[in-house]
Design a protein around this ligand. Structure first.
Ligand code: NDP
Length: 243
C-alpha cells in the first residue's frame, strides 16, 4: 500500500524539495501551507514527474486547521505514515529592537505549529502503532548568536519537544521521531528579516557556498527510509564553510 507523507511549509524551500523527494521515493504527499497557487503548481509538478500528491491550504498556527489537514488526509488515504513539521520563519532581530510581533509569530509558527502537528498526528500514529514525525530545527537550535535569540529559542524548543516525545513513545509501537537541524540553506527564509542591522551584517559578513533545499530533502529521505527498528534521532547538517 502506498504510504502517505504530510509536509507543512511545502510551498517553498525545504518543504517543497522534501515533498518532491518523498514523492519520487513513492510516497503520496500531502502538501500544506498558506499559498494555494504554489501548492497547486507543486502538485502538478509532482504528478507530471509520475508521483501523486494533493494539497490543503493550512495555517499551522491553527490547531483546528492542522487537525482537519490530518483527518482529511487520513480519511482519503487510510494512513498517515510521515509528518514533516517544516513550516517556519526566521525574522532575526536584536532584542532591543523589541519586535514583539515577530517574536509572537516565531513562537506561533515555529513552536506552536509543531505542537499542533504533533497533536493532530500522534493519536493517529498511536492507533496505527506506526509512523514517523520529523521536525526541522536548525544549527540555531544548538547555539545562539547575536540576533538569533528568539529564533534560536524556538529551535531549541522543538528539539526539546521532539526528544521528550521520542522518549514517551510506547516501545512496542513503530513510531519514530527525528529532528533535522540545517545550517544555512538557500531559500526564501531570510525574506522575513526586517531588522536593517541584521540585513547589513548578512551582506557584510563572510560569504559561503550555502546548502540547497535538496540537501535537506536528502537528509529527511535518509531518516525516513531506514528500517523500522532504526530511529535517526537527529541530523545536523551545515555548509562546509559555515563556522
Ligand atoms: P522558506 O521561507 O522557503 O519556507 C517556509 C515555509 O513555511 C513556506 O512554505 C511557508 O509557506 C511556510 N509557512 C510559514 N508560515 C506558515 C504558516 N503560518 N502556516 C503554514 N505554513 C507556513 O524557508 P525554508 O524552506 O528555509 O524553511 C523551512 C524550515 O527550515 C523552517 O522551519 C526554517 O526555520 C528551517 N531552517 C531553515 C534554514 C535555512 O537556512 N533556510 C536553516 C535552518 C532551519 P506559506 O507562506 O505559503 O504559508
Amino acid at each position: 500500500m502506498t504510504k502517505t507523507a504530510v509536509v507543512t511549509g511545502a510551498s517553498s524551500g525545504i518543504g517543497q524539495a522534501t515533498a518532491k523527494e518523498l514523492a519520487a521515493k513513492g510516497y503520496h504527499v500531502v502538501l500544506a501551507a498558506r499559498r494555494e497557487k504554489r501548492l497547486m503548481e507543486l502538485q502538478k509538478e509532482i504528478e507530471t514527474a509520475g508521483g501523486t500528491a494533493e494539497y490543503k491550504v493550512t495555517d499551522v498556527t491553527s490547531a483546528d486547521e492542522m487537525d482537519s489537514l490530518i483527518q482529511a488526509s487520513l480519511k482519503k488515504n487510510g494512513t498517515i505514515d510521515v509528518l514533516v513539521n517544516n513550516a517556519g520563519l526566521m525574522p532575526l532581530s536584536f532584542m532591543n529592537k523589541l519586535k514583539i510581533d515577530e517574536w509572537d509569530r516565531m513562537v506561533d509558527v515555529n513552536v506552536k505549529g509543531v505542537l499542533y502537528g504533533i497533536a493532530a498526528v500522534l493519536p493517529v500514529m498511536e492507533k496505527q502503532k506506526s509512523g514517523h514525525i520529523l521536525t526541522i530545527s536548525s544549527v540555531a537550535g544548538h547555539s545562539v548568536t547575536k540576533g538569533s535569540a528568539v529564533y534560536s529559542g524556538t529551535k531549541f524548543a522543538v528539539r526539546a519537544i521532539s526528544e521528550g516525545l521520542r522518549q514517551e513513545i510506547d516501545p512496542s509501537h513503530e513510531i519514530r521521531v527525528t529532528i533535522v537541524s540545517p545550517g544555512a540553506v538557500e531559500t526564501e527564509l531570510t525574506t522575513t528579516i526586517t531588522d536593517d542591522d541584521i540585513l547589513t551584517a548578512f551582506k557584510e559578513g563572510p560569504q559561503m557556498e550555502m546548502l540547497k533545499a535538496q540537501d535537506i530533502a536528502n537528509a529527511i529521505a535518509y531518516a525516513v527510509e531506514q528500517p523500522a527498528y532504526v530511529d535517526v534521532n537527529e541530523i545536523l547538517i551545515r555548509p562546509r564553510q559555515q563556522p
